[in-house]
Each structure stands twice: as structure tokens, then as C-alpha cells.
Ligand binder design. Sequence first.
Ligand SMILES: Nc1nc2c(ncn2[C@@H]2O[C@H](COP(=O)(O)OP(=O)(O)OP(=O)(O)O)[C@@H](O)[C@H]2O)c(=O)[nH]1
Ligand SMILES: [Mg+2]
Length: 319
Amino acid sequence: MSFINRLKDSLSKTRQDLAEKIDSLVTGKKNIDESLYEELEEALIQSDVGAETAFNLVDKLRIVTKENKISEPGQLKPALIKIIRDILEQEESTVFFRQKPTVILVVGVNGVGKTTTIGKLANYLKNEGNKVILAAADTFRAAAIDQLEIWGNKTGVDVIKHQEGADPAAVAFDALQASIARNADILIVDTAGRLHTKNNLMEELKKIGRVLAKEIPGAPHEILLVLDATTGQNAINQAKIFGAASGVTGIVLTKLDGTAKGGVVIGIKESLDIPVRYIGIGEGIDDLRPFKAAEFAQALFYADIDSNNIDSNKDGENL
Ligand SMILES: Nc1nc2c(ncn2[C@@H]2O[C@H](COP(=O)(O)OP(=O)(O)OP(=O)(O)O)[C@@H](O)[C@H]2O)c(=O)[nH]1
Ligand SMILES: [Mg+2]
């Protein structure tokens, strides 16, 4: 199945919660009134966009409705979709290649999918023609190092590692040296969601950043924060905490497959000024893709997407 169809499948529960609820709210109504706006706000909150974002979306909808003299309740849905799509829209979705090697530091709380994302990303970037190296700077468990090595074998990418319990910054340093020596295009650094030491995780991540920057000014060029979509609003809170503390430059949203909380991406985009770089829709090697606003909005609202013509709008609505 194509990625877009799998994305559409992944978002089916969110779509039922959000798009179909909006449909049922506007169908059969004669007028647009305050209670309809309140019901729409409630539907948005329930699909995990977050209370604040739901409030802002409906506020924008009121303004658009007024400005465009919309009087039919049925016209609210395309207007809302357009507002959502404008929020999702961003300039650049894939990681920036600044120099050789470009260093990507991957952070996030434990279990969100960092290591799996790195495996998939290594595969994706390698297929784009890059020489990739991985750094096992999650030294919290021996199994974490093994897990990264398995991805290294699967993707045919070198993994630089130390022993369990080693200093993560030392692993990152060695991996950067190896990347320079082996003429790699990209170094991806895996990190832990928890630490052996009493050190603060954020301080540890900053230390890794400092060590990398000493060797290559400007590194790490990307700090990708991995968030688990199934945690809904928690994911937004994590983004606020990590974003402020560790200079996150992009988000990877994992586990969109099967969750009803896909609306969280709207909340992330609306409440934070951090681009969503990639989305994960499964545990397999091909289950990661750059985030594309139009594709995502389509998959979120329409069950029957034409994968060859993603920007065309089957309802003739003005997306
Ligand atoms: N369904 C689904 N599962 C995923 C996805 N991404 C990761 N997982 C699963 O989530 C679990 C945790 O993934 P890891 O990659 O080990 O997460 P982590 O953030 O590295 O975890 P720690 O190293 O313990 O901090 C694994 O079982 C993965 O297979 C995804 O997009 N969809
Ligand atoms: Mg891990």
C-alpha cells in the first residue's frame, strides 16, 4: 500500500473523531449560531488539538465567517479545514543539510520512538544518497546500544558505540571524529530518555551539544524532538519543556498509526513555533516520511484520497 493510503488508514480514528463529528454538527443545522461554535470547539478539544488551540481555531472561524459573509453551516467545514491547513503549512519539512557532516541530535522522553525513528531516518537518508553514521549515545541500557546496532545492520550504516554506562558526550565526540574521518554526510546521535547518573537530562543533552559544537561550530545542526502521538496533550507539554531547554529545531511525531489523537499535530503547530519534520506511522523501516501539510490535512479530513493528485480537492472545496 502507498504511504499516503497508509497515512489515511493511520488517521482513520482521528478522522472519525474530528471530521465526521464536524460533519454531523453542521448537517441539518439552519443557522450558524453561538451554540454551533461551542459544539465545534468541543469536537476539536475531544480530538486532542488542545483546549487553547480549539479556542483559537474557532475564534479564527468566527472571523472568517464574518469576513466572507458565510451563512450556511455546511460552509463552516471547508472554512475550518482551510484554517487548519494554514496552521499546518510550513516552509521546510526535511532536515537541512548545512555542511559535511551535518549532525542531527535526537531527543525525547523514554519510549517515544527515538531509536526506531533513527533507524527509519538512517534508511530514508541513505536512500537519498547520503553516507550516514549513527552514535549510540543512549548508554542507559546495553539493550539500547544493541537496538541501534540492529538498525545499523538492517540499514547498512555504521554505529559508533561505547560500553553501557559510558559518558554519552564521549560517544557523541567519538562518533563525530569517525564521521569526519569516514567522510560521512550525516551523523545521527541517539540519546537516552533517562540517565544512570543523577545528572539532569537537559544538562546532559546540553553537554552533548557543547562537545559537538567544540569540534564543529554550529553542530548539532538539527535537534529533533521525538513525540509520541498517542500521548496527546502530553506530547505538547513535552515539546514546551524540551523546546525551551534544549533548543529543539524540529519535531518527529511517531505512532500516528491507530491513534485517535492525530489532532495533536494541529496543537503542536499552533502553539509552538517548531516545524514538524517527519511523521512515523509504524514500526517498519519504511514507516517514516517528511511531514507534508497538504497531504496530512487531506488524510485527516477525507477518506478517499487520490494518491496521485494530493493537492486536488475531491469536494471542490477551497482547501
Ligand atoms: N506503532 C508504532 N510504533 C512505534 C513507532 N515508532 C516507534 N514505535 C515503537 O515504540 C516502541 C519504543 O520505541 P523506541 O524506538 O525504543 O523508543 P525510544 O524513545 O528510543 O525509547 P528509550 O530508548 O527507552 O528512551 C518500540 O516498540 C517501537 O517499535 C511508530 O511510528 N508506530
Ligand atoms: Mg532508544
